[in-house]
Design a protein around this ligand. Structure first.
Ligand SMILES: NC(=O)C1=CN([C@@H]2O[C@H](COP(=O)(O)OP(=O)(O)OC[C@H]3O[C@@H](n4cnc5c(N)ncnc54)[C@H](O)[C@@H]3O)[C@@H](O)[C@H]2O)[C@@H](O)CC1
Ligand SMILES: [K+]
Length: 489
């Protein structure tokens, strides 16, 4: 699991650790990791031109110490001081002692234009609000530069706790995070500015709390959560998922959601709705039923919404499914039709899967507000509906109603935004709910497999191919974990 900790938590851990170490030890560790990452990036140090954008806090200090280390190995180092009277004195002295020089912000353009590498030490976790004009100008120069840009701890201008970006922000090729990932490095729009994310351990681990603010699953976590049938399994033990989707107008949504559910590993899929002929033609193993969901027979979880429409049949089906005492996934049209109070009153797990536009409608907000503040908005959704909310988008987030860590999906690609992609995700996640995963695990594992399937397929692809790819990515996850566990020879 990759974890993100908010600034307050990181600061407290740093204080606890610093109390046990000589002065300046943490900054030395950070600067050493940073200089190593820069040398890797440059592929050699001697004769390279390094420019430091040095703010007046410790972030600038890290950058200056790293530049001093590079200068000692033969790089030319120049620091642009944002506020010369307040630059970190020890780090500045180290840079000068190593032969580096400083220039005023007015001269930044010229030195950045000749640089091979720009180190962004404008602000780190001490940044407040959008970048001030002088800092914003430097961030813009760095963005336009042909040099490689390495962000120190985080790209200046992104909010470390939320990933929100107000105005200009540095766009890095590499970001070197110290001690702990901050949530803003993992959530868009901040995450888009990070480039390749590297980590430098400064020893904070033992001082960080057990529960982070944000979690990103990795292969081993997913492998541990994925259900596998055992000798005792029958279709009910593996989980029967009921899918209420599709309409005369959108029969394809039914096929895609059922396909996702089958590939998610359910023991059986029941389909309820007017798309039965299309479903059976593609997946003859589906149990179809013409009546309402309440009469469809036993299921361990329901998926409702893709392509459903909003006629009286759809409304009735949503009310019945929301009233069921098994886990329910509510998507697409059903998000509009579900009664908020009825959803809040549910006792079994509930997963809502809106994209930003649907989330905006549910929260009475603007779509842009949802996209710009994804973490706050997914938490709000979970709270207001007392449900697990999966907010789809460039970084998919999953928040539970209990205030536990929010999950951010690390897989996925822009090619996933294709018609029907969400229908597959719904079926897939519903299948995991039926197998007994908690709402938050089912949603985050569903998003992980779905995203990985999207990365694995040569683009462009159609949504039905995503479902077909799930068994392959599942196998590769299992393989990678088994191989990791083998002794190395
Ligand atoms: N505290 C520690 O133990 C460690 C801190 N480290 C570094 O220290 C950083 C935090 O240092 P600081 O607390 O000094 O804070 P920062 O250096 O992140 O930021 C503070 C500086 O930024 C300026 N600033 C704030 N908001 C701004 C805005 N919107 N526009 C322009 N300038 C703005 C402030 O005036 C101040 O000069 C971390 O990100 C990390 O790089 C590392 O050296 C590891 C150890
Ligand atoms: K920075």
């Amino acid at each position: 699991m990759r974890c993100g900790y908010d600034v307050e938590t990181v600061r407290a851990a740093e204080r606890a650790l610093m109390g046990t170490l000589p002065d300046g030890a943490l900054m030395r560790r950070a600067a050493f990791g940073l200089a190593t990452a820069c040398a890797d990036m440059l592929g050699g140090v001697y004769g390279r031109r390094v420019v430091v954008l040095a703010g007046s806090g410790d972030n600038g200090g890290d950058a200056l110490y790293a530049a001093a280390a590079l200068a000692r190995r033969g790089a030319g180092a120049v620091a642009v001081e944002l506020a010369p009277e307040r630059t970190h004195p020890g780090a500045l002295a180290a840079l000068r002692a190593a032969g580096g020089r400083t220039v005023a912000p007015e001269d930044a353009d010229a030195v950045i234009g000749r640089a091979d590498l720009v180190l962004d030490g404008i602000v780190g976790i001490g940044g407040k609000g959008g970048l001030r004009p002088e800092a914003a100008r430097l961030a813009e120069l760095a963005r336009r530069a042909r040099a490689a840009v390495v962000a120190v701890d985080l790209p200046s201008g992104i909010d470390p706790d939320t990933g929100e970006v107000a105005g200009e922000a540095v766009r890095a090729d590499v970001t070197v995070a110290f001690g702990a990932y901050k949530p803003g490095l993992l959530i868009d729009p901040g995450a888009e500015h990070v480039g390749a994310l590297r980590f430098t351990d400064i020893g904070l681990g033992p001082h960080l709390p057990r529960t982070p603010a944000l979690e990103a699953l990795q292969h081993a976590d997913v492998a541990a959560l994925l259900p596998s049938p055992s000798g005792e399994s029958d279709k009910y033990r593996r989980g029967v998922v009921g899918v209420v989707a599709g309409s005369e107008r959108y029969p394809g949504a039914a096929v895609l959601a059922v396909g996702g559910a089958l590939r998610g590993g359910a023991g059986a899929v029941r389909y309820v709705g007017p798309g039965a002929d299309a479903v059976i033609a593609r997946f003859p193993e589906t149990l179809v039923s013409a009546g309402p969901p309440a009469k469809a027979g036993r299921v361990q979880a329901w998926v409702i919404g893709p392509g459903l429409g909003d006629d009286s049949r759809a409304r009735q089906a949503v009310a019945e499914v929301v009233a069921a005492d098994v886990p329910v996934l509510i998507d697409a049209d059903a998000l509009r039709l579900a009664d908020r109070e009825a959803v809040r009153a549910r006792r079994a797990g509930t997963v809502l899967t809106p994209h930003a536009g649907e989330a905006a409608a549910l929260l009475d907000a603007d779509r842009g507000d949802v996209e710009g503040a994804r973490l706050a908005q997914v938490r709000r959704l979970a709270e207001e509906f007392r449900a697990t909310a999966l907010l789809k988008g460039s970084t998919t987030l999953v928040a539970g109603p209990d205030g536990a860590a929010v999950r951010v999906n690390p897989t996925g690609s822009a090619w996933l935004s294709t018609a029907g992609s969400g229908d597959v995700l719904s079926g897939l996640t519903g299948s995991l709910l039926a197998a007994g995963l908690s709402a938050q695990d089912a949603a985050s594992v569903g998003a992980y497999l779905h995203g990985l399937a999207g990365r694995d397929l040569p683009p462009p692809f159609g949504a039905h191919e995503l479902a077909d790819r799930v068994p392959l990515v599942r196998a590769s996850i299992m393989d990678s974990v088994t191989n990791d566990a083998l002794p190395r020879t």
